[in-house]
Design a protein around this ligand. Structure first.
Ligand code: ADP
Ligand code: MG
Length: 719
């Protein structure tokens, strides 16, 4: 019906049978085993019983009024209980008929109860009841329209039941045979209604392979295209500007890692093909300096360079840093952000066209949209590992020859993930932190532990009295704002971690409802202002809703110590560098991805004072959420954290939309677990692209290819 359709459209982006068919379960419950009543104890998860109803009984008054059915399997008795629909149920279920009952048992007053169980006549058992029952994620709005997991399961069952003939196959017979892959139709039927774990695994394998194959095909095709189209400038020499900087201005010895990476970059720049390099390095590993020195090589060869940052704050900081580093040198550096307007802006734009402006620092949007260069030779993109294929393409379009590209990120991406995102990028690692930095100590603080919280606040006060600063991070802007999404209309949610702000705890709907709301910036700022520990201390707030000018002012006040405590969302996550900041407090820390926590913690400890990160959480002891925090507290190694993050992560949307092809993206993939599939799929894709770059011989798949790359138009259309 139109109403359900509209809910499915809005909530899950499901518009067609195809979309629905590709909406996969997030878990399965084994319904193949029938338990005996005498085996049951209250600690069991969902179980299944077979037997008959001996009789009905009603009890209680008002909201407590309930229907009880005494159910027996011949050996024991349990009580099935309903609080709603009593009349309907009495009419529906018959005594002395055989039923299969499914639900979670609890023990109350020595009796076993199952509240609101599923009941099916034993004679009518269908597909799912025989094997693993699928569970589908749903949203609040969906549940309000009675579209819970069950309802989706029913729809799916009727849809699958209508598949009278096989769907068009999307992989070639050779691939299917060689990798022992299940045919598409079987795989789709079995991903929803598997008859057992082995079949489920096979179905998953087939669908993962297919997804990865097309993603890799896309990336590799693009890479090949690019190699053909863009020859790349040759920067053959290192000249006066670079050498002058090196001998007179460089304030410290380069780390060995910096030297190695610079060598890799120099080799790329001279190779005659466009550089596409991802530079990974922990927070504080000195990426800015590497970027600057690479830009100086471009200048030495008569080209301009630009550096793009995800936020205005960060662009400002880079500008200041680079101006300082280049002090006394004859290099014209300009800053271009949304708040630079009028004559000033015009002067910069015309300076870029004449080539007078040699280095431009700015925000992505600004540079991508409005700027033209005389001879742009190198583009550096900071803290934007999600900089996708399309965006790269838009930069390439700026000149007849494509500028070299250096993408930098502090969010470590394990090799397998990098391969999937950036199949066509080369990767460098800055593996070493410059000396003299004190490691950050990290503490997990249960929010319920009042004395510990008070001690923490007292400690922060001491640090502030000593001239230091504290960040306090919360997942929400205010009580009304959506969970964690600090987009605030400014696109900041895209910034930073590969993994968006809130963490899917893998809870079911009930657990989700019982969880208290996430802390907000507004609420925590209020709370801190009323604490005796912070009497007389000014506390500022910063969120994605503040405009850029306000943001800069707030950061300036924080840096100057006017407001030594800053309560903020993750807008402060990326790149911000305030040397005096020594305390990082993160509320609802268990709701962030590990790499993001690591990033956030890297905001402190930049000035050589001993620094601390406090991860405040309401996660129950021993829960997965609590264990994740222990990982963070236990190591400062970004690569290790990234790996752990991926391992904890479920089968959710691991990859960003842009690279995964939108809706039909990598739903099943677990980057860590699936290394082998990634490698196999990539090898097959590479073989295919090498044999037949236009994919003309693979016509029967073209439809599927297009489908898989919806929202990623560079594929197929570019040829
Ligand atoms: P990130 O990799 O997080 O972007 P930055 O480039 O901001 O790190 O560098 C962090 C700090 O380390 C800066 O203050 C920078 O001046 C300093 N730094 C960079 N390279 C070195 C080095 N070789 N020796 C000492 N300090 C360095
Ligand atoms: Mg940086």
């Amino acid at each position: 019906g139109p109403q359900r359709a509209s809910v499915l459209n809005k909530e899950l982006g499901i518009f067609s049978f195809h979309d629905l068919l590709y909406y996969f379960p997030y878990k399965y419950v084994d319904r193949s085993r029938i338990y005996r009543i005498r085996e049951i104890d209250g600690a069991m998860p969902y179980i299944q019983l077979k037997g008959e109803i001996l009789g009905f009984e009603t009890a209680g008054e008002g909201r407590q009024r309930r229907l009880i059915a005494h159910f027996s399997d011949g050996m024991g008795i349990v009580d099935l209980i309903w609080f709603q629909g009593i009349k309907y149920l009495i009419g529906k279920y018959k005594v002395h008929q055989e039923y299969i009952v499914f639900g979670k048992p609890t023990v109350f007053n020595g009796r076993i109860n199952i509240a609101h169980p599923d009941i099916d006549p034993a004679s009518e058992l269908k597909l799912s009841a025989m094997g693993l029952q699928p569970y589908y994620n749903t949203t609040e709005k969906m549940k309000r329209s009675s579209l819970n997991s069950h309802a989706i399961e029913k729809m799916m069952k009727s849809l699958v039941g209508q598949l009278n003939e096989p769907l068009p196959e999307t992989l070639s017979p050779a691939l299917l045979a060689e990798h022992h892959l299940m045919p598409l139709t079987d795989a789709l039927m079995n991903i929803h209604f598997p008859s057992g774990p082995d079949v489920l695994r096979k179905a998953e394998y087939r669908l993962k392979f297919e997804e990865l194959f097309y993603v890799q095909l896309n990336i590799l095709r693009y890479a090949k295209d690019r190699q053909r189209k863009y020859r790349g400038y040759v920067f053959e020499k290192v000249g006066d500007i670079f050498n002058g900087f090196y001998s007179r201005n460089l304030p410290f010895e380069l780390t060995n890692a910096q030297k190695r990476v610079l060598k890799e970059i120099r080799r790329d720049l001279g190779a005659g093909r466009q550089m596409n390099r991802l530079l990974q390095g922990d927070v504080g590993s000195g990426k800015t300096l590497v970027a600057l020195m690479s830009m100086l090589i471009a200048l030495d060869n008569g080209y301009q360079a630009c550096m793009m940052a995800p936020t205005e704050i960060l662009a400002n900081q880079h500008y200041e840093t680079i101006r300082e580093l280049l002090y006394g040198m004859d290099v014209r550096v300009e800053l271009l952000t949304g708040s630079i307007k009028g004559k000033r802006r015009e002067a910069i734009l015309s300076g870029l066209l004449t080539g007078d402006v040699q280095i431009l620092i700015g925000t992505h949007a600004v540079i991508e949209d409005t700027v033209n260069f005389a001879s742009l030779g190198l583009v550096v993109i900071d803290e934007q590992h999600r900089f996708g294929v399309e965006q790269r393409e838009s930069l390439n379009a700026k000149g007849s020859t494509a500028p070299h590209l250096l993408v930098m990120t502090a969010t470590p991406i394990p090799r397998t993930a990098a391969m999937t995102w950036f199949g066509d990028l080369d990767i460098s690692w800055l593996t070493e932190l410059p000396g003299g930095r004190k490691p950050i100590r990290t503490f997990v603080v249960p929010e319920a532990n009042g004395p510990l919280m008070a001690e923490m606040f007292g400690l922060i006060r001491k640090r502030i009295d000593a001239g230091e600063r504290a960040y306090v991070v919360c997942p929400r802007i205010d009580a009304d704002a959506k969970d964690a999404d600090d987009a605030g209309g400014s696109g900041d949610a895209e910034v930073g971690s590969a993994f968006d702000a809130t963490y899917d705890l893998g809870e079911d709907d009930e657990q989700r409802e019982q969880r208290p709301p996430l802390h907000s910036v507004a609420e925590i700022a209020e709370r801190l202002r009323s604490l005796p520990q912070f009497a007389g201390i000014r506390i500022a707030t910063l969120t994605g809703r503040d405009d850029d000018e306000t943001k800069s002012q707030i950061m300036a006040d924080f840096e100057a110590g006017v407001t030594p405590i800053l309560v903020a969302t993750t807008v402060i996550e990326v790149g911000v560098d305030v040397a005096q900041a020594s305390c990082m407090v993160i509320f609802d820390a268990d709701r962030y991805g590990l790499s993001q926590l690591h990033q956030l913690r890297g905001r402190v400890g930049r000035g050589g004072t001993e620094s601390g990160a406090f991860l405040i959480s309401r996660a129950p002891e021993g829960s997965d959420a609590a264990k994740r925090l222990d990982v963070i507290a236990g190591t400062l190694d970004g690569a290790e954290i990234a790996q752990a993050d991926l391992e904890f992560r479920g089968a959710g949307d691991v990859l960003g939309d842009a690279q995964s092809g939108g809706k039909s993206g990598l739903k099943l993939l677990r980057v860590v677990k699936d290394v082998k599939i990634i490698e196999e799929a990539r090898a097959e894709a590479a073989k295919l692209v090498a044999e037949d770059p236009t994919l003309r011989g693979y016509v029967q798949l073209a439809g599927a290819v297009l489908d898989f790359t919806r929202g990623n138009e560079t594929f197929l259309t570019s040829n």
